[in-house]
Design a binder for this molecule. Structure first.
Ligand code: KIV
Length: 258
């Protein structure tokens, strides 16, 4: 039986945009949960929080610990957890690890990077009733470069084919990362399941961003990110105020003391 929350996501196709954001901890999760359809515990936390050169160094344990924290903040959205690199090299490894992620974090679904190459793996997960979100285009866990995908004819054909394969396998939606706009449009109009874009144009059914990027906590400059706030500046201002009050003996006051 398809989960109610997944059905709600599927029903949004061609009607309402799907809002997706990343969370790595409870505090951010409970803010974004009010506004999102999907909260993703992305393995992007490897670069955003741990300064790893790539997401390849993210482990299952790291994903599980962050996801447990996120779970405490997510009440209404669908919670999806990335399966990190080297945790789904074959079907039995994938099944064991996906089951561990779901049972330990109580998330609703897992996300895996790839198309035809991981056909049997996704088939096994879905056969075992594990809801799967696909991820095509730029695949950070295996990428040799960080260029947009789908500009070359052969790449376009492969991506469209991969998207159809994932849909046939039964994934409930697909993240399209850095996919050329007209191809993202073609994939989106071809599939019955929703596409969630990141650097893949307005044509996708939904949009995902790394929350730390959009609020200006992770100060990276990439084309597909728009900074909607400057939280770094706001935190800095608050810390300066705190520092000055402590130095000038204005804090703590009697009311803050026992
Ligand atoms: O790891 C991540 O945060 C992601 C999104 C950027 C789609 O996969």
């Amino acid at each position: 039986m398809i989960k109610k929350k997944i059905l709600e996501i599927l029903k949004k196709k061609n009607k309402f945009k799907i809002i997706c954001l990343t969370a790595y901890s409870k505090n951010i999760a409970q803010i974004i949960d009010r506004h999102c359809d999907i909260v993703l515990v992305g393995d992007s936390l490897g670069s955003v929080l741990y300064n790893y050169k790539s997401t390849k160094s993210v482990t299952l344990d790291i994903m599980i610990e962050h996801s447990k924290s996120v779970r405490m903040g997510v009440k209404k959205s669908l919670m999806v957890v990335d399966m990190p690199h080297n945790t789904y090299r074959d079907s039995s490894e994938a099944l064991r690890n996906a089951k561990a992620i779901i049972s330990k974090t109580k998330c609703d679904a897992v996300k895996l990077e790839g198309g035809k190459k991981i056909y049997n793996i996704i088939k096994t997960l879905i056969k075992n009733k594990i809801p799967v979100m696909g991820h095509l285009g730029l695949l950070p866990q295996s990428a040799k470069n960080f260029k947009a995908k789908g500009k070359k004819i052969t790449e376009r054909k492969t991506l469209l084919k991969d998207a159809k394969i994932l849909e046939e396998l039964g994934v409930f939606s697909i993240v399209l990362e850095c996919v050329e706009s007209s191809l993202a449009k073609e994939i989106t109009t071809t599939l019955r399941i929703p596409t969630i874009g990141i650097g893949a144009s307005v044509h996708c059914d939904g949009q995902v961003l790394v929350t730390d990027d959009l609020i200006g906590l992770n100060l990276i400059k990439v084309r597909f990110v728009k900074r909607f706030a400057n939280i770094t500046k706001q935190i800095d201002t608050a810390i300066v105020k705190y520092k000055n009050e402590v130095k000038n003996r204005k804090f703590p006051k009697k009311a803050n003391s026992y």
